[in-house]
Design a protein around this ligand. Structure first.
Ligand code: SF4
Length: 729
């Protein structure tokens, strides 16, 4: 049942008034479901939050006879507002995937040859703990690195820190958000958060730089975007590909890949020189305006036209539209920002553009997070590692979370050896560019422990495999959402774990006990821990388990007012158009344009992105989603295809600049992409034979990314720097 924003507010005010609490479970949720149980069956409606992707939408499961019949969005949750995306609805496909890892396994053959024997939990955990302890004794705790994604993060970080390691790797950082996080921190003293605090539902103009909203199915943001379309917001999509979002746009700007900064710097120049910027806001809140004005003078529309392949008059017209509707302009900061190795400065351009239009803390721009206080349990105090983390690499402003730095150190042992990886919920061989390098690193390890739900390619390289249960079978950390308003959501099991799988918290606690750090897991069950946290936060635990998400209406303070002034944690205390911190480290304090390498004739830049029905390689084997999207295809410009004699649907192979060949992939011949690039959806080309549906389907984009350029500022791995030629298969 569709739920509008107004309905969402109605639901949440019911919850606040306590009306929801007095309703039975069926009265709370049954109207959401169009399921018809047999007359003798009881339906239990159990709320939780989704983990088919990282958006963590509130969901409700209808459970009949211990089986999940259907999932729907929780109307009390701000990220779902009563709706799940296709992947969220297909959560049952994760739960009932017969290819799931069913019991612990210990490797019997050579690493990577897929030979394992079944082990008991005791045996597998003892094996893992003994090897970790041996490595700790020989090389120090820093020689064990922990990589992760998803709900297990809280538990594995706790284990890793307790163990004494400072080395953590997050593909979601270096391969995704690092450039944006660093750029916004340098400019505003804060990131835009996750979900990003974009006020799109109220925007008059929305600009996407390569953000494929609608293909990356970020639930509440897609709902906001749809609302903005309904209120006739102007949409400008800057993308070499005519994406789904471009199909809704007033202006599709098919820019030459890598020239985004040229367009933005020209826009900034036009907006300043024509006086379209928010003068009062700039005077009050920003530092470095004069330097910016001087620096962008050279970036004229005519110059930008040559760099971007876009007509100068369109560059001027779109700049004027931004100025006309400021500050209700949302220049979306993006999420996957690891493009060309200059990504922090490109993100700085987005941040600066937003600043001169006065969008931070303004309706339709970037809203301010709730200031509502929330008490919490005291944090842990961990041992201080004797050696510094290697996961920062040489990058001045990176957080120590760079997966490629962990991989490099594993290969070189410089400055000290990394001897073991504990990998949980992330498929490193697909998520990090150049899987051959990841395999080289894995082959150097003394120990690889995989904690996963599915037999993904990385798990099948492990020495010991610990099967985690799905999000529908476990507790996880409370979801504390400091978006526009405060809300707290619970993940709780809706059914018992299948097979011999166990919750991530249990696996980490049991490993912790065997490693002598069990004191860092001071609870028998994670439910006990959540109860304690709820007590510390003054949350009624029973109510939370029934409603799923406790929403606090009236805790919003989204826009700047006289009483609600923004705080910028930068050295100047202002929005730094001129970054003093970048200047100190020898980087350009105001972004400068540098042309990037372009492909020669007969070569194409490889672009990759998302499908609305898949979450990377993790869902490729989900039966329900597989039926919707079995494999990726390669988008090729129609004229290029015609000139090469390639037909739509024809099998082709890509060969990259380092002579690495792709798997066979089908051509999608289309006018929706420029002639200098090709595009495929990320996450396919699985090598694990235990994935009965995903195995061998489509092509793996990461395999072709043998080259990446690490951004010197943030360490973001620019991956759109690989060129391919096309051969008929
Ligand atoms: S966006 Fe979709 S897959 Fe992601 S958490 Fe929400 S419902 Fe689940």
């Amino acid at each position: 049942m569709p739920i509008s924003r107004r309905d969402f507010l109605k639901y949440t005010s019911m919850a606040a008034a306590g009306t929801a609490v007095s309703l039975s479970d069926a009265e709370l949720f049954s109207h959401l479901f169009a399921i018809s149980p047999e007359p003798h069956e009881d339906v239990n409606y159990i709320p939780t939050y989704c983990e088919v992707c990282f958006w963590n939408c509130g969901a409700v499961a209808a459970v009949v006879n211990g089986k999940v019949k259907k999932l729907e969005g929780n109307p009390y949750d701000p990220r779902s507002r009563g709706k799940l995306c296709a992947r969220g609805n297909a959560g049952v496909g994760e739960l009932y995937d017969e290819d799931r890892l069913k019991h612990p396994m210990i490797r019997t053959g050579e690493r990577g040859d897929g030979k394992y024997r079944e082990a008991s939990w005791d045996e597998a955990l003892n094996y893992a703990a003994e090897k970790m302890t041996k490595i700790k004794n020989e090389y120090g705790p820093e020689s064990v690195a922990f990589m992760m994604h998803g709900g297990i993060t809280t538990h594995l970080m706790n284990l890793g820190k307790a163990f004494g390691s400072p080395n953590f790797g997050f593909p979601s950082y270096g391969q995704c958000r690092a450039a944006r996080m660093v750029a916004y921190d340098l400019t505003y003293g804060a990131d835009v958060g996750s979900p990003e605090r974009v006020d799109m539902a109220n925007s008059r103009v929305i600009v996407f730089f390569g953000t494929h909203l609608g293909e990356n199915m970020h639930n509440s943001q897609v709902q906001d975007f749809t609302e903005a379309l309904g209120s006739r917001a102007k949409i400008i999509v800057v993308d070499p590909r005519f994406s789904t979002a471009a199909g809704k746009a007033d202006h599709w700007l098919p820019i030459r890949p890598g020239a985004d900064m040229a367009l933005m710097l020209a826009w900034i120049n036009i907006i300043i020189s024509e006086g379209l910027y928010d003068r009062e806001y700039v005077d009050k809140y920003t530092a470095g305006f004069d330097e910016l004005k001087e620096s962008v003078k050279e970036y004229t529309p005519e110059w930008a036209s040559k760099e971007t392949d876009l007509p100068a008059d369109i560059i001027v017209e779109t700049a004027r539209e931004l100025g006309r509707y400021a500050p209700s302009v949302c220049v979306h900061p993006g999420r996957f920002t690891a493009w060309h190795g200059n990504d922090t400065q490109r993100e700085r351009c987005i941040a600066i553009l937003g600043a001169i239009l006065g969008t931070w803390g303004r309706e339709g721009g970037i809203y301010l997070p709730t200031k509502a206080p929330l008490a919490g349990a005291a944090g842990m105090s961990y041992p201080v590692p004797s050696r510094a983390s290697i996961a920062k690499g040489p990058h001045a402003f990176a957080q120590p979370q760079l997966m490629q730095a962990v991989r490099r150190t594993t290969i070189t042992a410089d400055p000290y050896p990394i001897k073991a990886w504990v990998v949980a919920g992330t498929n490193i061989l697909r998520a990090v560019p150049n899987p051959a390098k990841s395999i080289e690193a894995i082959m150097k390890l003394d120990l690889l422990i995989a904690i996963d739900i599915r037999p993904l390619d990385t798990a099948m390289m492990a020495d010991v495999i610990l099967p985690e249960c799905t999000y529908l079978e476990r507790h996880d950390a409370l979801k504390i959402d400091r978006g526009v308003s405060l809300s707290v959501g619970i993940r709780q099991p809706v059914v018992e774990p299948l097979y011999k799988s166990k919750a991530g918290w249990w696996i980490c606690k049991e490993l912790g006990n065997r490693l002598g750090v069990g004191g860092y897991f001071p609870y028998e069950t994670y439910e006990d821990h959540i109860k304690k946290e709820c007590a510390a936060m003054n949350i009624d635990y029973d109510e939370l388990t029934r409603v799923g998400t406790k929403f606090y209406p009236g805790t919003d303070n989204p826009y700047i007012t006289n009483e609600n002034q923004p705080v910028f944690k930068t050295p100047s205390g202002k929005i730094e158009l001129y970054s003093s911190r970048l200047a100190e480290q020898g980087f350009a304090p105001i972004p400068k344009y540098n042309r990037i390498e372009q492909p020669e004739k007969g070569w194409f830049r490889l672009l990759s992105g998302r499908s609305p029905v898949h979450s990377f390689s993790r869902t490729a084997n989900n039966q329900k989603l597989f039926e919707l999207f079995e494999e990726n295809v390669l988008w090729i410009n129609a004229k290029v295809a015609f000139s090469m004699g390639i037909r739509d649907g024809q099998n082709i192979i890509l060969v990259n600049q380092d002579n690495i060949m792709s798997e066979i992939i089908k051509a999608k011949v289309t006018q929706r992409i420029r002639n200098d690039c090709v595009y495929m959806v990320h996450g396919f080309g699985a090598k694990s034979r235990l994935l009965s549906r995903a195995y061998g389907r489509g092509a793996d984009d990461s395999r072709l990314m043998t080259r990446f350029i690490a951004d010197p500022i943030s360490g973001s791995t620019g991956m759109r720097v690989n060129f391919v030629r096309i051969e008929k298969a």
